[in-house]
Design a protein around this ligand. Structure first.
Ligand code: NAD
Length: 493
């Protein structure tokens, strides 16, 4: 059995209390590794190491071009170790190996993108009222950052944070989810091949309530970048108030996927399937909330039901598997509860709605791909994030109604709609209050375009140029070339 330690100041060390957590494969509940379970004491040590490295300019003092080259090289290392990392991700999360390979390719691209951007961080000359002065804006690294990550895309979500913060010149403490730390630990090991100064990268595994909370509360951490649930995001916001630290929050979503009758709705069905059953619906941007114009409702439901019944469940490592298990027993119970409540509230169960009976899936946290119809905006399933393989369908009659209902949510991460009417496309894209709006597509994101939510889906943006700027402070430098004696309080007054 593999044992993993935590990484502080360039050394692999056991947690101070010597505790370990068993990491399991959600496909069969087998223990796949033992990982050091850190707590607040270990986290403080990691923060101190990052603080010292930042304050001594160990990393921010390196030229941006050299920094960028080192970040870029991480992309090459990910590519070189692509298959081992992907297998590890699949064993730890249950997602299919193909999906994990896509994640690794994405991650390599993210390090290369931000590596290339490192020496393109620019400033600005601004006009001042004094002609004998020079006034400019500079971007500087924000300092020590705490990077708190979720379990659904363990290394991908970490890369969204690590790559831009390294490129900006920050030092960091990375905290993977306690359920899925393996790929982040393997990545940390790879960073040693590049030779980052000690203290720049620290990785601490352990519970959110101690390791995560310590990062959020610490007066020595300048910024928290967090991806996870809204409830945790709110706790982090409060904890961050202690030193008014900067926060970037990527939280949950309840993402409408709307089909207008004039659209190519048969193609849209492929995108609905992809938007929900990818990684068993455990995606912040999952399009579980499907809204169909009444005249196409029955035909789309029939098509979906037919497709859903054919989804092949199994081990993520087996060829042909289309959907793996959920991450944990707790997540399985949560999804079950959502579906049962929806049925009690009047939803009609078309297919799924239970754990599979197949013997080979008995040990895993599997839930059948599920289709519910007859849902309406007042129901809990329409209002709350499910994070599982469940489509729930609402019917609508008019454009105004569907926009009003789609926007009637505390979330605002992403939305998509299908239409072939150019004027409608303009109107609806403008009216939807979400951080990303897809037109005739769904769930496509890429490194160059910013990602983040309106409303309770988050604060700030990841990816794109702005995803790097989040890790910087803006400094205004004003230089007076010819200071003149002052009248007011001056020596001659
Ligand atoms: P979570 O909020 O339970 O945990 C996320 C991380 O926060 C974990 O590392 C956890 O240990 C840590 N944490 C828990 N309590 C903490 C505390 N009090 N202080 C500091 N850290 C703490 O979320 P999860 O269950 O791991 O992930 C699922 C959620 O993440 C879903 O709501 C999903 O929508 C969201 N998510 C959002 C995006 C996005 O881009 N918006 C991407 C992926 C996941």
């Amino acid at each position: 059995m593999e044992h993993h330690e935590i990484y502080i100041d360039g050394n692999w060390v056991p947690a101070l209390k010597g505790a370990y957590r068993s990491i399991i494969n959600p496909y069969n509940q087998e223990i796949i590794a033992e990982v050091s379970e850190a707590d607040r004491g270990d986290t403080k040590k990691a923060i101190n190491a990052a603080r010292k490295a930042f304050d001594q300019g160990e990393w921010s003092g390196v030229s941006a071009t050299k920094r960028g080259k080192m970040v870029y090289e991480l992309g090459d290392l990910i590519e070189k170790n692509r298959s081992q990392l992907a297998e590890m991700e699949t064993l730890n999360t249950g997602k299919t190996y193909t999906e994990s390979l896509w994640d690794m390719d994405d991650i390599a691209g993210i390090f290369r993108y931000y590596g290339g951007l490192a020496d393109k961080i620019g400033g600005e000359v601004i006009q001042s009222p004094n002609p004998n002065s020079h006034s400019r804006l500079e971007r500087e690294p924000v300092g020590v950052v705490g990077l708190i990550c979720p379990w659904n895309y363990p290394l991908l979500q970490a890369a969204w944070k690590i790559a831009p913060s390294l490129a900006a010149g920050c030092t960091m403490v990375i905290k993977p989810s306690e359920l899925t730390p393996l790929s982040t630990l393997a990545f940390t090991k790879l960073t040693e091949e590049i030779g980052f100064p000690h203290g720049v990268i620290n990785t601490v595994t352990g519970p959110g309530e101690s390791v995560g909370a310590e990062l959020a509360e610490s007066l020595d951490v300048d910024m928290i970048s967090f991806t996870g649930g809204v409830v945790t995001g709110k706790k982090i916001m409060q904890a961050a108030a202690g030193n008014v630290k900067k926060i970037a929050l990527e939280l949950g979503g309840k993402n409408p996927h709307i089909l207008f009758a004039e659209s190519d709705w048969e193609t849209a069905v492929d995108f609905i399937m992809n938007g929900v059953f990818f990684h068993a619906g455990q995606i912040c941007s999952a399009g579980t909330r499907v809204m169909l114009e009444a005249s196409i409702h029955d035909r789309v439901v029939a098509l979906l039901a037919d497709r859903i019944k054919k989804i092949k469940l199994g081990s993520g490592m087996e060829e042909g598997t289309q959907m793996g298990p959920l991450i944990s027993e707790a997540q399985l119970l949560k999804v079950e509860e959502h579906v049962n409540l929806a049925v009690r509230e009047g939803a009609k169960l078309v297919c799924g709605g239970k754990r599979p009976t197949d013997k080979s899936l008995k040990k895993g946290f599997f839930y059948e791909p599920t289709l519910l119809t007859d849902c309406h905006p007042g129901m809990s399933i329409v209002r709350e994030e499910v994070f599982g393989p469940v489509i729930h369908i609402e019917q609508f009659e008019t454009e105004d109604d569907v926009i009003q209902h789609a926007n009637d949510t505390i979330y605002g991460l992403s939305a998509g709609f299908w239409s072939n009417d150019p004027e409608r496309i303009e109107r609806v894209s403008k009216a939807l209050r979400f951080g990303t709006v897809w037109v005739n597509d769904f769930n496509i994101y890429f490194t160059q375009a910013p990602w983040g939510g309106y409303k309770q889906s988050g604060v700030g943006r990841e990816l794109g140029r702005i995803g790097l700027e989040e890790y910087t402070e803006i400094k205004h430098v004003y230089q007076n070339f010819k200071p003149q004696p002052l009248q007011w309080f001056g020596s001659k007054s």
